[in-house]
Design a protein around this ligand. Sequence first.
Ligand code: NAD
Length: 462
Amino acid sequence: MTSAQPYPHSVVNPATEEVVAKVEYAGTAEADAAIERAARAYDGWRAVAPADRARLLRAFAAAVDADRENLAATEVANAGHTISNARWEAGNVRDVLEYYSAAPERNFGRQIPVAGGIDVTFKEPLGVVGVIVPWNFPMPIAGWSLAPALAAGNTVVLKPAELTPLTAIRLGELAAQAGIPDGVFQVIPGRGAVVGRRFIEHPAVRKIAFTGATVVGQQIMAGCAAQVKRVTLELGGKSANIVFADCDLAAAAASAPYAAFDNAGQDCCARSRILVEQSAFDEFMALLEPAVRGVRVGDLLDESAEMGPLISAEQRASVARYVPDDAPVAFRGTAPSGSGFWFPPTVLAPVGRDSAAFREEIFGPVLTVVPFRDEDEAVRIANDTEYGLSGSIWTRDLGRGLRVARGVQAGNLSVNSHSSVRYSTPFGGFKQSGLGRELGPDALDAFTETKNVFISTSGNNS
Ligand code: NAD
């Protein structure tokens, strides 16, 4: 058996290490067959009247809503998410489908004044879109691409991450139940190097929407270049949470752990670097300690659980490398012992600004804290990274909040909050955190080409 052949894969519950399902992974031939099915379905799907495409997306949203508890329970078992997070994630897929169900009837072009005729633009779909999803937020990240792509009239082939295929497979079933025509949305579980690679190589796939590690995104972008294939990249992050001495320190400290440890820190937007104004450093650390110790890590089905395990033994080993025995641990929270890939919330301070823990995306519940002298230095430290995905600024000075938000080179900033992603606002990265934007009112731009048509109104056909 080679990796390019189909094979059964065991899906493991990261909280218990038990096998929860066996999934058949596609080989190259299956991936090609799915892509070709999607290509055949394209003409029919783009021809569906806008109001009917909207109705079908609303029916898909309703099917997701009706299955929300099942989807959430599946994600708890497959990805080790807490039940409250998993419910939110399933609800987010529903919301995103509903939001973009309004798009087919509002996919406007423009009428541009020109001499001798009428000039109009159309937003044409691209064809088959390949969506490649990571394991950290399997449901929302799938929804953010598939919903606008389908709304624009594309057909979609989606590859979930190797470790977390179950909710994506279920979304494929729900789409079919809702009446989305055959071949329009297909989920193809398999390896990145097999199925993902075919998305990039196969000429019928006209666009890749990739979310994952920066190093993989670089390879995908290079692969897409051969066919000038459109590509959107949502990649890694090492975001700063900048705390000024004039802010509501208690609120900043109480919320900081959740901005770093949600989803066990396996969050591209994790604010894993806290920068604190020197004059408030000691007070902030004193407030942060009980907040970190208070994070509830454990029984995922308990509605009060706040953090689960890491996704795999490999991920835990990778995170643990940033916390060697002599690491400067300021304090840490708790985690269950025994089976499961648990890792306690951990705060490192003081850390050097050139240390690996401060510079690299750890993708686990480890955060670092450093002091800064003034506003300029805060912005300089925040920007001293190749990443630029998100960040937070805590201050009571509105002018400073806006100045620093404008100064930080990142796609998603929040002032006195840690919000990053709302389906109605654009999301994406600066620098090596990504290319292009998802979500928000303009998301269909990433799944359409602009076509310009001039219609002569002069009598002589010139
Ligand atoms: P990953 O890059 O290893 O894998 C992501 C997906 O790409 C998987 O489906 C994988 O099978 C596939 N893949 C891997 N190699 C491939 C190849 N050569 N060709 C085609 N497909 C390939 O990432 P991961 O470990 O699953 O997720 C963690 C990373 O994702 C982190 O760096 C995180 O910051 C990033 N992320 C970014 C965002 C964002 O919106 N910016 C959101 C979530 C996660």
